[in-house]
Design a protein around this ligand. Sequence first.
Ligand SMILES: [Zn+2]
Length: 406
Amino acid sequence: MRQMDLTNAGAFSGANLENARDHNRRVTIETLRVHGPLSRADVARITGLSVQTTSNIAEELIGASLLLEKPVSSLRGKPPKILSINPDGAYSIGLQLDHNWLIGVLLDLAGVRRGEIMVPVDSPNPQSGLAALEEAARQLVADAHVQFEQICGVSVVMPGPFEVDSLASDGPTILPGWADVAVADRLAERLNLPVSVENDATAAAMGEHYFGVARRHRNVVVIFVGTGLGGGILINGQPYRGAFRNAGEIGHLTVYPDGRRCYCGNQGCAETYLSVHAAYEHLGYEKTPPTYDELLHRLHTGERQFDTWMDKAAAVLRLLVVNLENMFDPETVVVNGFMPYPVLAELERRALPLPPSISSRQRRETPRVILGAAGLEVAALGAAVLPLFYSFGHLTPVSAAMPLKT
Ligand SMILES: [Zn+2]
């Protein structure tokens, strides 16, 4: 994979040059993350950057304590120096708040999980939810024995969409009462750290890209089956967020124009068929219970009502996959979320065979649909990656708080 050495491309304005440096820093760190420790010359060879540019970036990143450079023993001559990511150069926190669980993860700069936390909640309102988020972040930092100042950012993921008038009321899949709450600002005040808020499905896509089944893929769509239904879109290894962070709200794609009424005001939205909420609604529950064991139990006993729901949900999954393929031309579509894994696996099985799309090719390395592998904490993991990911482009010394792109 050769990257363009943008700093040598000429005819750049000041702002573009800064963008080029951001890009080159990110490429350098990413190369060391993927390939492990390398010499400056090897980094230059792999990235396609010039040796001079690589050296400048390496000096800068070493100065910011984000990279380490150590001589390795050699039999003769001057020992070569090897660059590596400094795991303790920075940390980040990802927190996922849903109807039933608060899941938190603390990552170091090398992307290694240094702590995790899972707390049951019950459709938290802003007051109890913000307090729980703050406490989880403080607990993670205390348990990992790191300094608060070393946290480069906190990313909170919640079920979207955000700031949409028709969808901001009390939909069954949206957390009640949060529509007008500036979550990032309020939590940033409590923690005195940069905080951003992300859509849970976007974070789930990053989670699969860094820790799950999409590690080798740079263009992926993730179908996230949570209480509602979301889509995470990864384009060239970067999350596509849209103009207002709501891209991928596939739960409200119309799959049957005359279908079930949705709280968004339309009919036949995908999430009224394919979501944890839809499953329980089909089974006659008024409120989604806090445990998903019930779904697993119904799957194993082969109950007829559940079986009918599975067929409907799988039909919607099939439609979604084909439409998303035709729209994004991804390497693969990943299905993950809060649904028990065996239920997701059965939905995938019933969704096959898929109708033709632009992704129908005989010689494929990866199947058109695969199940996620990053587990229940996939969105929290992906969220934790985001502050590190965005920080690389806005590098300041680690002792100072790194601004997040929000
Ligand atoms: Zn809808």
